[in-house]
Write a protein that binds this ligand. Sequence first.
Ligand code: IPE
Ligand code: IPE
Ligand code: MG
Length: 234
Amino acid sequence: MDNNIPKHVAIIMDGNGRWATNRGLKRSEGHKQGSKTLEKLAIYAINSGVKYLSVYAFSTDNFKRTKEEVDYLMNLFILMFKTKFKKIDKENIKVVFSGRKEPLNKDVLEAMNIITEKTKNNTKGTLNICLNYGGQEEIVDASKKIIEDVNDGKVNAQDIDKELFYKYLYQDLPPIDLLIRTSGEYRVSNFMLYQMSYSEFYFTDVLFPDFDENEFNKAIDSFNSRERRFGKNK
Ligand code: IPE
Ligand code: IPE
Ligand code: MG
C-alpha cells in the first residue's frame, strides 16, 4: 500500500441486509456480521494511520424500517458499546458520536455515554459513529446553535464563515478526504454533507460484512491514484 494515508475516512456501511438475504439468513444476521467487520476495520484503519474514521451506523431515516429491525439494531448498539468494544479501547481509539439524541431510548444513550467516557482520553485515532444521524439535520442543528450564540452576543454574524461553521457541527472533525460506500449503491443518503465538499468517492460492490482489510487497502490505493485539485489549475 502507498503510504499516503488519508486523515479522515468516512464509510457508508451498506449491504448488511443483502449479505444476510443472499445466505438465506435473517437481515439481523447481516447487522451482527457488520458490527464485527466494523470493529476489525476501525482497528486496522487507525493502526494504518487514519486519524479520523467516520461510519454511518444508523440514519435518521432508518427509523422508518420495521420495528423488529430497529429494535434489533438498538440492542446491537447497546451490546457493542457496553461489552464488545473492549478491544477498541485497548487499541487506544477514542469513540465519539454524531447525531440527534431524540428519539433514542435511554438504554442506547447510556451505552453511548459509557463508551464515550471510557475512551475519551485515547489518542491513537477517533472513531466517529454516526447514529441517528442526518447530514441536513446536522446543518440545521448547527445553524440553530450559531443563531443562539449570535443572540447571546457570543458570535458576531459577520464572523460566520465556513471554518467557524465546522465548530458547530456535532463533532469537531476535519473535512473528509475519502468517502467509501459499499454494496454498489451510488448515493450519499444524507451522510456528512458539509464535510464531504472535496472528498474523493470510492464505490464498491462488496457488501459491508465482507469489507475486510484487503478491500480497505484497495480503497486507499484508489485514493492515492487520484489528483485532488480543490478548484485550482492542474
Ligand atoms: C446498512 O445495511 C446498515 C444500516 C442501514 C443500519 P442495510 O440494512 O441498509 O442493508 P441493505 O442495503 O438492505 O442490504
Ligand atoms: C445509509 O444506508 C445508512 C446507513 C448505512 C446507516 P441506507 O440503506 O439506509 O440508504 P438508502 O435507503 O439505500 O439510501
Ligand atoms: Mg441499505
